[in-house]
Design a protein around this ligand. Structure first.
Ligand SMILES: [Zn+2]
Ligand SMILES: [Zn+2]
Ligand SMILES: [Zn+2]
Length: 473
């Protein structure tokens, strides 16, 4: 500890303190985003929030973990009145003399980042989920709550996720959160409902009551009056006179006295000033302020806004690395869903009770999958998995099925084959896979393992799967 040392550079100033380097970005100073990697944390001088939002979005919206996970502090004498910005940063100091107070937070962040394993995700959705859960892990944040926000095109921001999207694409966060929840990484609670434009998915809508005939909002309304003594019913306009503000019945010419006694206002009538149509009930239209579309509210897309809470599975996915969503795996040709695999296994075990057959389930496990996936981009990863599946497919019978348990574990059935032979086929198959990898990807060392479990009709299918994958997951 001791004196903070300041080094001025072209862009930003480096402040060294207690073995840490802080990148200090002054108001309106340009930022070389790659430079963020060389520092333990970033401090942004906060004079104008638009500028701060821009810098913070560039850091948090980056795809490199050593940029988007970097602690960010605002330097401001006053508190920041923006919940979204507050959620995106890690704290505030009133002036640079207070740098010492940040050291503990920065070190805690560094420790947490060290727990994480990074793997290139196989799809955009998986990549966004990874960013979101790793940020939550390093910030020790367990919940992802929607914040009403005028800068959001869907009116609510989930800061750690929304920061990755431009205004026109922001509705995609809802889809990604749905996927993350269905993967079991989050549980959710209902918060509110929003409506999105059916053309551009913006929620910046202006609602108006309009004429059902011509959709004009230029209308006037009048009370309907029912005169009890003579039974006449008509708009209030017909009862008005030019001399005073009293009302006279146009049919029987009597002066109206007390509402509820000699007359009543049973309803309202509307008249369109554009097409002169008169009507009792308005239509309600929503005009989209983003694309200009103006349609009936019935055509809007209704979406539920939820609060999300990280599950144990979500936390462990942050630590181990989250590579694929179930949907990504489902898209690999020649495989079936894991749930379908389980159902088929159940039936096979039932069948074995009747016959004296010998069937097996087998697993192939990529021991160093995180390392492998982090070396390959998402297109190559999908290519690798496709290649593996086609090799496996050509070595088993067409009646056997293949599925993914996770992005590192492939499971398959080998029915009506002695266990010894299954083991032999698997051994040969893994050798073929290793050859394929060696010829396709130079210098990529993929470590495979395999296991075969003979089906025993005295045991439930879950037990077989556990026995098969226990060493692999
Ligand atoms: Zn009209
Ligand atoms: Zn009357
Ligand atoms: Zn629109």
């Amino acid at each position: 500890m001791g004196q903070a040392i300041h080094h001025s550079e072209n862009r930003g100033t480096r402040i060294e303190y207690a073995g840490h380097s802080f990148l200090h970005i002054k108001h309106l100073e340009s930022l070389n985003i790659e430079d963020v990697k060389n520092h333990s944390a970033v401090i942004i001088e906060t004079r104008d929030l638009d500028y701060v939002r821009m810098i913070v979005s560039r850091i948090r919206g980056n795809i490199a973990p050593d940029i988007y996970l970097k602690p960010i502090f605002l330097q401001s004498r006053n508190s920041i009145n923006d919940l979204v910005l507050e959620n995106l940063v890690d704290g505030r100091i009133s002036n640079l003399d207070k740098v010492a107070s940040l050291v503990e937070l920065v070190e805690e962040n560094l420790n947490r980042v060290q727990d994480l394993t990074f793997a290139n995700s196989i799809s955009f959705e998986a990549q966004m989920i990874t960013k979101m859960i790793t940020l939550m892990y390093t910030k020790d944040q367990k919940s992802l709550l929607p914040i009403p926000y005028i800068y959001s095109s869907i009116n609510f921001a989930y800061p750690l996720l929304s920061v990755n999207f431009s205004e026109t694409d922001e509705h995609a966060v809802l889809n990604i959160l749905d996927i993350a929840e269905s993967e079991g990484l989050f549980r959710s609670e209902y918060y509110d409902r929003i409506y999105l434009c059916n053309q551009c998915s913006s929620s910046h809508l202006s609602y108006r009551e309009v004429c059902p005939k011509c959709s004009s909002s230029n209308t006037k309304s009048d009370d309907i009056i029912h005169h009890f003594p003579c039974g006449y019913v008509g708009p209030m306009q017909d009862f008005k006179n030019e001399i005073d503000d009293k009302l006279d019945c146009p049919k029987c010419n009597k002066r109206l006295r007390h509402i509820g006694v000699d007359y009543d206002k049973p309803s309202v009538i509307h008249e369109c000033k554009n097409c002169s149509h008169t009507f009792q009930d308005f239509f309600v239209n929503a005009k989209c302020l983003s694309c200009g579309s103006d349609r009936s509210v019935e055509q809007l897309k209704s979406k539920i806004i939820k609060s999300y809470f990280l599950t144990k599975k979500g936390e462990s996915a942050a630590i181990k690395g989250f590579v694929t969503t179930t949907k990504d795996i489902d898209e690999i040709f020649g495989t079936i869903k894991f749930d379908t695999f389980k159902t088929m296994l159940k039936y096979e075990i039932e069948r074995l009770k009747q016959t004296e057959g010998s069937s097996n389930i087998c697993a192939i496990y990529i021991r160093n999958s995180s390392l492998v996936y982090s070396k390959l981009g998402s297109t190559l990863q999908k290519g690798l998995l496709k290649d593996l599946i086609s090799v496996i497919r050509s070595n088993i019978r067409s009646s056997d099925v293949i599925s993914f348990v996770s992005s590192s574990t492939i499971i398959l059935s080998m029915n009506e084959i002695p266990n010894k032979i299954s083991n032999k086929i698997m051994g040969n198959m893994v050798r073929l896979l290793e050859e394929l990898i060696a010829s396709t990807f130079k210098k990529l060392d993929v470590q495979f393992e395999y296991k075969v479990v003979a089906l025993d009709h005295h045991k439930p299918y879950e037990e077989h799967i556990t026995e098969l994958t226990i060493d692999f997951i």
